[in-house]
Structures are given as C-alpha cells and as structure tokens.
Design a protein around this ligand. Structure first.
Ligand SMILES: Cc1cc2nc3c(=O)[nH]c(=O)nc-3n(C[C@H](O)[C@H](O)[C@H](O)COP(=O)(O)O)c2cc1C
Length: 173
C-alpha cells in the first residue's frame, strides 16, 4: 500500500514541471553543490526561499553546516551542468572545469546561470527523508535573457520564448 502511494507520488510529480537549480555552498574542503528542482519562494518580508534536500545526499552535512548558500537558476543551455551536479556524469569534483565566481556570501555563482539568489541560512525543518532549508535572500541577481531549464517527465525542456530584460550583473567570471 505504502509502495503504491510512493509510486503514485513519483508518477504524479513527473507530470509537474519544475525549474532546475543548483544549490552551492563554499564548503570547508572546497565548494559543494547539487541539482535541486524542489525550490520555491516562501516570503517577501523577510525575503525567504526554500529548497528540499535529501538527507542521504553526499553534500547534506556540508550544506547543513553552511552559513550561506546560493540557489543558481539554470538556463536551457545548461543541461550538462544539471547532470554534473546530479552526479550523473561521473567524476568526483563537480566544479572541475566549471566556470564560477564567488558571490558576496562566498557561495559559488555558476557562470551562465539565468539568475542567482544568495541566501543566509535561516532555518532547517525536518521533512521526512529530506530537510527543508529555508534561506534569507541577501543577494538576488538576474544575469541574462536565456530560457529557463525545466524538468518534466524525467526530461529537460524549456518554455516558449518570452523576452525579459536582464538587469546588468556586476559579477565578472
Ligand atoms: C532535475 C533534478 C532535480 C533534482 N532535485 C532534487 C531535489 O530537489 N532535492 C534533492 O535532494 N535532490 C535532487 N536531485 C538529486 C540530486 O541532485 C542528486 O541526488 C545529488 O546530486 C546526488 O548527490 P550525492 O552523490 O552527493 O549524494 C535532483 C536531480 C535532478 C537531475
């Protein structure tokens, strides 16, 4: 019965399109990051956002101990970045050969991302086999006018093109 619910939940979630982010942190032994689609904004005042991270993830403890992290919104030409940070491409160091800058909080900001939210760790709530990381946004930047990367039905896709102005970024990669 429980298995049926889990299978049903997984199947239903597949038909729910989600944007793709990479959550990064400075890391004690070097930068860490993982691909995350369970992102949402929570509050404007204070400005809070949430990501749900599996407790089994190799970077879980590092993220839990981090004082700050960044949520990088991927663009549709960054499928390879998503696969890399989901551990799908092999290789130990996910940042190897990856262009990134350190943001104001010291968190890695991935070059070519559509936008970034840098967060101060605010609270972590229990969420079953995941934890809900709520962060206070201290820097919010939009970099370009690329289409967003979207995950739907276990595949990458994007939206129909709509033009949005991209405010200039002061980050230099
Ligand atoms: C499109 C996509 C979305 C993902 N979303 C999440 C998520 O919201 N939370 C999460 O914990 N893992 C998510 N993952 C899986 C993690 O990226 C993956 O399990 C992790 O990078 C594995 O890290 P580890 O090898 O260090 O355990 C997602 C993977 C993909 C491809």
């Amino acid at each position: 019965m429980e298995g049926d619910i889990q299978a049903g939940l997984k199947h239903a979630m597949r038909v729910y399109p989600q944007g793709v982010t990479v959550v990064t942190a400075g890391g004690r032994g070097g930068p860490v990051g993982l691909t995350v689609s369970s992102f949402t904004s929570v509050s404007l005042n204070p400005p809070l956002v949430l990501v749900s991270i599996a407790k089994s993830s190799g970077v879980y403890e590092e993220l839990k101990g981090a004082q700050a992290y960044a949520v990088n919104f991927l663009a549709d030409d960054q499928k390879i970045v998503s696969d890399r940070f989901a551990g799908r491409t092999g290789g130990k160091d996910r940042f190897e050969g990856m262009k990134f800058a350190r943001g104001a909080t010291g968190s890695p900001v991935i070059a070519g991302a559509r936008a970034v939210l840098e967060c101060k760790a605010w609270k972590v709530y229990d969420g079953g086999d995941h934890s809900l990381f709520v962060g206070e946004v201290v820097v919010a930047k939009t970099f370009n006018s690329k289409r967003p990367l979207v995950y739907y039905s276990q595949q990458y896709t994007t939206t129909e093109h709509m033009e949005y102005p991209a405010p200039p970024s002061d980050i230099v990669w």
